[in-house]
Design a protein around this ligand. Structure first.
Ligand code: NAP
Length: 252
């Protein structure tokens, strides 16, 4: 059973929120985790300690996913610490304050697409280069974090973010076909309203709870509830899933 063996996993944006929850669950399986973060070193070190407490190993790696050299370096640092990477969680992502497109600056749009799209593509490319069996790799699993916004569109709030996540869905479809034959399963998760700090970073800390009336289950989801699906896709349970885009939204 793959789940019993030590696996090396890289999680971008692993210091907080959904990425941290996934890192801790990897730790519970005894896996080793590269915990990438952008700037919050304290949070990254806390995550490392929590993974180790759970029974795994972890290393914190600073790097911006929108910078090519940083992406290459985070893969290298993970493999240096723990050996060949078997799974990548393409999780780092940002939102910006809610507003209509007419109000958005070009700088905001560039940052949104640089981190959420260019960053995700660079991470996926490095996963393809290192894990692809056609390049001497051992194959593996790539899990992309999209969003329910990709199908809701987020009008008057985050059409930029929603579009960036639409790109993740399309990338997932293409790469599942491109990389499946090369030993890499590629799937995406579309979380709905999840209670993490991402809403505060968009200027609306109470957003997940405020909008919970739109959720058939009547509440926001937790980072753990998304992480459980990440682990399913990383592990042996997901061995025949490829090209799936799975909503974890409470039905929203
Ligand atoms: P979060 O709590 O805001 O955490 C974001 C994480 O990404 C942090 O670890 C942060 O590092 C890291 N990060 C941000 N920019 C980065 C960059 N340029 N390079 C590397 N790391 C970067 O976010 P979350 O709610 O867990 O969201 C995780 C993913 O799920 C995102 O892709 C998000 O779009 C998606 N998602 C979330 C929700 C939700 O409701 N929460 C819903 C749908 C989809 P630092 O700690 O160093 O800042």
């Amino acid at each position: 059973m793959t789940n019993r063996m030590t696996q090396t996993i890289l999680i971008t944006g692993g210091s907080r929120g959904i990425g941290r929850a996934a890192a801790i669950m990897c730790g519970k399986r005894g896996w080793s985790v590269g915990v990438n973060y952008a700037g919050n070193e304290l949070a990254a070190q806390e995550t490392v300690a929590l993974v180790e407490k759970a029974g795994g190993k972890a290393v914190a790696i600073r790097g911006d996913v929108s910078v090519e050299a940083d992406v290459i370096a985070m893969f290298a640092a993970t493999e240096k610490a723990f050996g060949t990477i078997a799974g990548v969680v393409n999780n780092a992502g940002i939102v910006a304050p809610g507003m209509a497109l007419a109000e958005m600056s070009a700088e905001r749009l560039a940052r949104m697409f640089n981190v959420n799209v260019l960053g995700a593509y660079l991470v996926a490319r490095e996963a393809a280069r290192r894990m692809g069996t056609d390049r001497g790799g051992k194959g593996g699993s790539l899990v992309n974090l999209s969003s329910a916004a990709a199908r809701l569109g987020s009008p008057n709030e985050y059409v930029d973010y929603a579009g960036s996540k639409g790109a993740i869905d399309t990338m997932t479809i293409g790469l599942s076909k491109e990389l499946g034959p090369r030993g890499i399963r590629v799937n995406a998760i579309r979380p709905g309203l999840i209670d993490t700090e991402i809403h505060a970073s968009g200027g609306a800390p109470d957003r997940a709870f405020r909008l919970a009336t739109q959720v058939p289950l009547g509440r926001p989801g937790t980072a753990d509830e998304v992480a459980a699906m990440i682990l399913f896709l990383l592990g042996e349970e997901g061995s025949y899933l490829n090209g799936a885009i799975i909503d974890v939204t409470g039905g929203r």
